[in-house]
Write a protein that binds this ligand. Structure first.
Ligand code: COA
Length: 161
C-alpha cells in the first residue's frame, strides 16, 4: 500500500512549517491546561528549530510530508549524561517531542513518526527514548503506550501563595 505521506529528515527550508506544527501543538496544550501552557510567538519557535538543525550532532528532526507540506515532526534530543555525583546510571537515552498539525491528526502520521524515531534512535546507539506528556493528554498517552512507552514516575507540584 502506498502511504499518502512520506517521512524524511528536516531541512532548513522547513523552519516555518516546523514552527507552525509546534504552535498547533501548543494550542492543543492550552486547551488541556491553560494555566500551564501558552502559544508562543512564532519567531523564537523558528529560532529554536534553526538552532536544533544547526547542532544536529546529538539528535534529529524527522518530518511527515503530505502533498509537499510538512504536517508533523518528531524531534529527538540526546539527554545529557548525568554528572559524576548522580545516582542515575549513565545510560545513553534521548528525549522526543512529537506533533502533527491539527487538521491531519488521526491518519497514522504520529504512529509512523514514533516508529521512525525508534529506528533512528537504535541506529544512533541510544538505549531508550523518553518523553513527557500531560496525564490529561489521554489520546497521546494511549498512542505512546501502544508504541511501547511505559510510565515509570510522576512529576508532582504544589502551588504556593
Ligand atoms: C499526539 C499526536 C502527535 C498523534 O499524532 P496522530 O498523527 O494524530 O497519531 P496517529 O494518527 O498515528 O494515531 C492516532 C492516535 O493518536 C491519539 N491522538 C491523540 N490526539 C489525537 C487527535 N487530536 N486526533 C486523533 N488522534 C489523536 C489517539 O490515541 C489515536 O488513537 P486511535 O487511532 O486509537 O483513536 C497528535 O494527535 C498531536 O499532534 N496532538 C497534539 C500535540 C500533542 O499532544 N503532542 C504530544 C505531546 S506529548
Amino acid at each position: 500500500m502506498t502511504l499518502p505521506y512520506s517521512l524524511r529528515p528536516a531541512k532548513s527550508d522547513d523552519l516555518v512549517a516546523l514552527a507552525t506544527v509546534y504552535l498547533s501543538s501548543a494550542a492543543h496544550h492550552v486547551s488541556l491546561d491553560a494555566d500551564r501552557y501558552r502559544v508562543p510567538e512564532p519567531a523564537p519557535v523558528v529560532g529554536h528549530f534553526r538552532q536544533a538543525l544547526a547542532d544536529a550532532r546529538d539528535g534529529a528532526i524527522l518530518v511527515a510530508e503530505l502533498n509537499g507540506t510538512v504536517v508533523g515532526f518528531v524531534q529527538i534530543r540526546r539527554i545529557p549524561d548525568p554528572s559524576a555525583q548522580s545516582m542515575v546510571r549513565p545510560v545513553t537515552k534521548a528525549s522526543i517531542d512529537l506533533a502533527v498539525l491539527d487538521d491531519h491528526r488521526g491518519q497514522g502520521m504520529g504512529t509512523a513518526l514514533l516508529a521512525a524515531a525508534a529506528d533512528w534512535g537504535e541506529r544512533a546507539g541510544f538505549t531508550a527514548l523518553m518523553l513527557g506528556t500531560l496525564t490529561a493528554n489521554v489520546g497521546a498517552v494511549s498512542l505512546y503506550e501502544r508504541q511501547g512507552y511505559r510510565t515509570f514516575g510522576a512529576l508532582m507540584e504544589r502551588p504556593l501563595g
